[in-house]
Design a protein around this ligand. Structure first.
Ligand SMILES: C[S@@+](CC[C@H](N)C(=O)[O-])C[C@H]1O[C@@H](n2cnc3c(N)ncnc32)[C@H](O)[C@@H]1O
Ligand code: SF4
Length: 447
């Protein structure tokens, strides 16, 4: 099966949205303000807050962040971020309710305790938090202190995802991210003590110098800390997009076949430990709400990966943050000087986005079903969208190559990615992407 999956290995998006961000177009603050004003007062929304700072750069990092040893830029940024939150709220018709809040980055753990509290105060000033709201933070284990943990506890943080990647010193040196097991153990303990009940770990495969032995050790050590969820992200090596990725030596990288072996091996270990796979790269312990969402078919895909958050509206705050509103996507400028200038001029810092038409929504639905459930009943989805059940027959016929290789089945137009071919799901999804052009050097390889 590995050879068959490799046949289709190509640069394909991760489909955290459809259309994907490279297909966003110019949008401005007025467009976004109109979309905000159309939200019914009191509706439940999610929020994402982007903190684009880290102490030091990990060489594999594809996130929108910069390294800073000084705190002044973080403070300056927060002043503008708080203004953006208030300006956004002013554009809505009434107070919105918040069901999910996610601090991502970068490293939100860069914020000093009082700054984290002030940020939460602003969010509580502009939104009504629902009583069972999930408040999640992406935590760099090296940046969690007792004081910060206390602030998170006081502010109601209840889920944390910790960046681990790999515990082996050789791999850590090759990616410029040195952190011991003791550091991770301590930070997980601190956050559990203040009331974090959902513990997620980010691990990676396909890293330089990484072998299945490193992965086995990393998984064993990770499991000893009893996480509720593990994400096993494939390293996306896109040095043509992000300069510091060039610090990773090509010759140190496992090839596509080794990457498939690494993921299958990791999957086996995680399944043996009782975890169940969710989507392409997540695993959860029995009883976890993500498995419940999978069963109920309410699992969703967002810019961080998979989520139980089914709120249709996501408001993104901060440089580069993406919002999803009923009419489409809006993205803030990724350039800090532009972000600063917009907020100082009292404008929302939106630069790009995409209004969704009926065709986009239909294709987004198909791609979302494939990415979440490895299955898309095309005639049923077409019917839900009020379309003719015979549409997409050419795309379905076009999957004959993958069907012949045993990667998909196509019973009565219901596409299923076979269990052994799950790593090829992005290839299947791309066949339904109207904007995708093969061979673009824009995305990481699928395997
Ligand atoms: C914002 S970081 C997590 C929080 C914190 N900054 C940290 O690293 O501990 C998000 C996660 O994205 C994953 N990631 C970053 N760059 C990646 C890349 N190029 N390919 C795949 N995954 C990547 C890593 O697993 C990382 O933990
Ligand atoms: S992986 Fe996390 S800590 Fe490392 S550079 Fe990226 S955002 Fe910062």
């Amino acid at each position: 099966m590995k050879e068959k999956i490799l046949k289709y290995n190509a640069q394909i998006p991760r489909y955290t949205s459809y259309p994907t961000a490279p297909h966003f177009m110019a949008k401005n603050a007025d467009d976004y303000a109109q979309a905000l004003a159309a939200l019914p007062a009191g509706s439940a929304v999610s929020a994402y807050v982007h903190i684009p700072f880290c102490r030091e750069m990990c060489w594999y990092c594809g996130c929108h962040t910069t390294a800073t040893r000084k705190y002044a830029p973080v403070e300056d940024y927060l002043t503008l971020l708080h203004r953006e939150m208030r300006m956004t709220a002013e554009k809505t018709r009434g107070r919105l309710a918040l069901s999910h809040l996610h601090f991502g980055g970068g490293s939100p753990t860069m914020l000093q305790p009082d700054d984290f509290r002030r940020t939460m105060d602003v969010l509580r000033e502009v939104f009504t938090f629902l009583p069972d709201a999930e408040i999640a933070i992406e935590a760099d284990p090296r940046g969690v202190s007792h004081d910060k943990a206390e602030a998170y506890g006081d502010c109601g943080v209840n889920r944390a995802s910790f960046g681990i990647q790999d515990f082996s010193p050789a791999v850590q040196a090759a990616i410029n991210r040195r952190q011991s097991f003791a550091t991770v153990e301590k930070s997980v303990g601190l956050l559990r003590r203040i009331g974090v009940t959902g513990v997620n770990f980010d691990l990676m495969y396909g890293l330089p110098l990484q072998t299945v032995n490193n992965i086995a050790d990393t998984i064993a050590q990770s499991l000893s800390l009893t996480p509720d969820r593990i994400a096993m992200f494939g390293y996306a090596h896109v040095p043509w997009m992000t300069k510091h990725l060039r610090l990773i030596r090509d010759e140190d990288l496992p090839d596509a076949a080794a990457r498939i072996d690494q993921f299958s091996f990791a999957e086996g270990l995680l399944r043996d430990a009782g975890m169940e796979p969710v989507g392409l790269d997540h695993f959860a312990m029995p009883g976890d709400s993500m498995l419940e969402a999978l069963r109920r078919k309410t699992l969703a895909r967002n810019f961080q990966g998979y989520t139980t958050d089914s709120a249709g509206t996501l408001l993104g705050f901060g440089v580069s943050a993406i919002s999803r509103l009923p009419d489409g996507f809006y993205q803030n400028t990724p350039h800090m000087p532009e972000y600063n200038a917009a907020i100082l001029a009292k404008n929302l810092p939106v630069a790009r986005g995409r209004t969704l038409d009926a065709e986009d929504r239909l294709r987004a639905d198909i791609i979302g079903q494939l990415m979440c459930y490895f299955e898309a009943d095309i005639p049923a989805i077409l019917k839900q969208h009020g379309r003719d059940a015979g549409e997409f027959s050419a795309v379905i016929d076009g999957l004959s190559d993958m069907a012949a290789d045993g990667l998909v089945t196509r019973d009565d137009g219901c596409i299923r990615v076979t269990q052994e071919a799950r790593q090829a799901v992005r290839v299947v999804a791309s066949r339904f992407d109207a904007y995708f052009k093969p061979q673009q050097k824009k995305h990481a390889q699928t395997a």
